[in-house]
Design a protein around this ligand. Structure first.
Ligand SMILES: NC(=O)c1ccc[n+]([C@@H]2O[C@H](COP(=O)([O-])OP(=O)(O)OC[C@H]3O[C@@H](n4cnc5c(N)ncnc54)[C@H](O)[C@@H]3O)[C@@H](O)[C@H]2O)c1
Length: 321
């Protein structure tokens, strides 16, 4: 294993998933967290996501022999579905339990956390000031060899490179939520990233069971969101302009492309609050009469009713039944 020690900065939704995935694949993982109370907030997330991962592994046994199994198995947890047996999955579960118990450490002392780190993955709140503060505090503590990555969804690595003290060893490594099933890793350098370091990050992504997706230049939204955000906006515009209802829009998309879900199901998974925040960033969001304004009103009405998506039990669809 070329990356023995991984440090994850930030114990939120994505940070805990990334750390667990690294531990699952045999890496030694240290979470750097800013306070004892952060540690107490991170522990239940680690428990929740490790349980979800183990549950998905156990459930994969019932997919063996099912022709849909090859499409539905948790790809980050099982490297190859070909020839998989229930015994092999049981071994993966036992191994995961051992690694989750032994390979994960939580540390508030930054110097101790990053000592001997091969790679640090920053997955803190999407707040540039917080990220700059941590990069600045970390830069003199990191060993020479350490590669530093950001999981930021909306900000470019060139924004932060100068604060890291190691611009050549810095790039973005961007994961998707529920990383153990949606195992994409978009890798995006800034103009100063060393190509050799970039290749190392590609290798690391594969080492932790992700599919490395390489970007050749900086792109806000990476590959996925560059396509997904306009697609979801187009669907919302059809609804907001009363052209068609969400069910019909989804059905059209699914029948015509064979996709398993349409845009409104995807919006329910993403969460309506996130969709609202993205919509409100557009320049015409506050201009009455515009499509963007109408979409904002529509999403806000649902959010005010608590219908924020799958996690709330109801969004554009009802998940309580
Ligand atoms: N949630 C997603 O679906 C998703 C997907 C891909 C990438 N991301 C990216 O991952 C990063 C984290 O997102 P998240 O959803 O896990 O957020 P989150 O709010 O769940 O977690 C953020 C974490 O950052 C910590 N933090 C905030 N300020 C800090 C500081 N000054 N010092 C130390 N720690 C600090 C918080 O304590 C928390 O543990 C963001 O950059 C986001 O863009 C999120």
């Amino acid at each position: 294993m070329s990356f023995a020690k991984v440090v994850v900065a930030g114990g939120g939704v994505l940070g805990t998933q990334i750390g667990l995935m690294c531990a699952y694949t045999g890496h030694d993982v240290t979470f750097w967290l800013r306070s004892e109370s952060s540690i107490e907030r991170t522990k239940p997330k680690l428990e929740r996501y490790s349980k979800l991962m183990l549950d998905d592994l156990a459930a994969a046994k019932s997919l063996i022999g099912n022709p849909m199994g090859a499409f539905l198995y948790p790809r980050g947890l099982i490297r190859s579905w070909d020839g998989i047996t229930a015994d092999m999955i049981d071994q993966l579960i036992a191994c995961a339990q051992k690694y989750f118990a032994e390979n994960i450490h939580l540390e508030v002392d930054m110097a101790k956390a990053v000592a001997d780190a091969d790679i640090v993955i920053e997955s803190m709140s999407e707040d540039p000031k917080a990220k700059i503060g941590v990069y600045t505090a970390m830069k003199d503590l990191l060993p020479e060899k350490t590669i530093l990555c950001t999981n930021s969804s909306t900000m470019l690595p060139s924004t932060f490179a100068e604060y890291t003290g190691r611009p050549a060893k810095y790039c973005a490594l961007h994961f998707a939520n529920t990383i153990w099933k949606n195992n994409t890793a978009e890798i995006m350098g800034h103009p100063g990233t060393d190509p050799g370091v970039y290749d190392q990050v590609v290798k690391f992504a594969a080492e932790i069971n992700m599919v490395p997706l390489q970007l050749h230049k900086e792109q806000p939204g990476y590959i996925l969101n560059s396509m997904l955000v306009p697609f979801l906006s187009a669907a919302q515009a059809l609804y907001a302009n009363e052209v068609a209802d969400p069910e019909t829009i989804d059905l059209t998309w699914q029948l015509a492309t064979g996709a398993p879900a349409g845009p409104f199901r995807i919006l329910d998974i993403v969460g309506l609050e996130t969709a609202y925040n993205i919509n409100q960033m557009k320049p015409d969001a506050a201009t009455p009469g515009t499509t963007t304004y109408k979409i904002g009103q529509l999403l806000k009405a649902k959010i005010d009713k608590g219908e924020t998506g799958v996690n709330a039990g109801r969004g554009f669809y009802d998940y309580t039944k």
